[in-house]
Design a protein around this ligand. Sequence first.
Ligand code: PEP
Ligand code: MG
Length: 599
Amino acid sequence: MLTSGQSFQVLAISPGIAVGRVQPVRRKNSSGAPVLEMISEEQVPSELARVRMAIDKTRQQLTALQTAVREKLNSQDDAGIFDAHLLLVDDRSLLREVETRIKKRLWSAEYALYDTAEHFGKVFANIQDEFLKERAADIRDVADRLLNNLSSQENIPADDRDDCRIIIASTLSPSETAGLDTRKVLGFAIETGSATCHTAILARSMKLPAVAGVPAEIINTLSADDKIIIDGFSGRLIVNPDARTEESYRLRAESAQAFYSTLVQESSLRPETTDGFEIELAINAGSVEDISELKTAGASAVGLLRTEFMFLGRELPDEEEQFEVYKQVLIAAEDAPVTVRTLDIGGDKLDNNIFRSLEANPFLGLRGIRLCLFERRDLFETQLRALLRAGVYGNLRIMLPMVSSVLEVLEVKLLIADLQQQLEKENVEFVRHPVIGVMIETPAAALMADELGRHVDFFSIGTNDLVQYTMAIDRGNERVAYLYKPAHPAILKLIASTVAAARKNNIFVGVCGQMAAEPEFVPLLVGLGVHELSMEPPSVAMVRRVIRSISFYEAEKTAAQALACPNAAASLEVSLNLLKRCAPEISSVLKKTDESGES
Ligand code: PEP
Ligand code: MG
């Protein structure tokens, strides 16, 4: 039972504060049954409408299946089993029972449907007649299909309510997050996830405050009548706050916004240290539209264009479609470099259209370049052809994700040469000398950076994965999030050796993981000698202020000191000390948001 004003320490995954009523997202519990969730009177019509939509969709699916079976097996009998299912879908007494549970007991559509199916399933299972007994299995089968169709509906965010809400759910997939309507959603609180999972990355791009690691009991208990506060700076969730707490959080949200507005006005200032060392500020983008943020943020490059947006949850794009998109991106960026990362599917970005088999450990499986070189070389070739063609329209950098061996790079280079020959024969325009780089996001790549550097034009350090693979923790698992420490000396050492390898090979090195966006790590990265910091656009303003407040000389000393620290807490402290001295206004924002904030 939750009491009003109760406050919970959770994980901050996207900055900002949101205060508002809850929009619970319905999920099944671990036994496969939906969670019993109450709805309000006003939600009844929309729940009834959801049931009807699920029925329509189920009817269509069953009819399509019936036709397919008839054609494939050429069997009228086998197709006939769907007649019984179709009859059930349109059974009026079943529908009436579901509707009664929604209207009278105020249960969610999922639970009402589940309970009705359980009830009829038991009644039929207890009948002596074998034929009727079998109907119990049919009912459960149809109910499962209806439930699936209910949960795949756009039930995020609130259906017909006009007020904005905070989504609360056990999980949100990256594609669900991308589909959130930011005019109606104030933020979200989820159980599984961490600051570097792709759901969090999207939340930051969408400027949605978010927290993760919320215990399941809280998620299952909160209903649409509860009001909560989520603090995406310090990672707090407060249930039904009193008026004073609510006011204090509203004020904090306003002052954070005001501070941010002053920083934004500095977007035309050069991102250089007080002793004149310039860092390239770049943005991470996930769509063509994001490119407009380059100018708004005052950044000079796209350090990472995630191309997954074109592949996930939709029909796969062909060469022409991709060519047009990359061309538009390059033209929109004018002459700014655009680092296009080739398909990085895998890990928490899975899609049935792309993967041919399920893996027990997707983060350690056929992800990124591995998938592209082996299982889906077809997709990779199409993407590379589109990129080579689009490259003539701007300043393209091609970046390979998840590299762990020099051989992978050599193979890609051979493939690119082959594709260039093809294009030449076809008389199609393409870039002759594409700039090719690799992400340094596995410890193997960091340790072999010396060798890798001989074959590529740049490195970009993906700290989200580099921390994950070095610390051996799933980046999306809130239970090991306490080990997710980018300032850990082990990580700093890998970054330092990557920078040294870049220097030796006379190539450029950037950072495009979340570490680049966090003010407390910026002195370390600058001091370690990286050339570019790339991040979600909203973070650029704060990072610019940090760079302009410190000297390179001091940052270098700080980084050297941090490298010699025995643990992550000590090295972070070293960096925070410099920040406190040189940029007290930033350090106080970080400090303030580290406190619980309740009055
Ligand atoms: C990273 O790993 O740091 C990175 C930028 O890539 P992604 O977060 O998409 O894995
Ligand atoms: Mg990565």
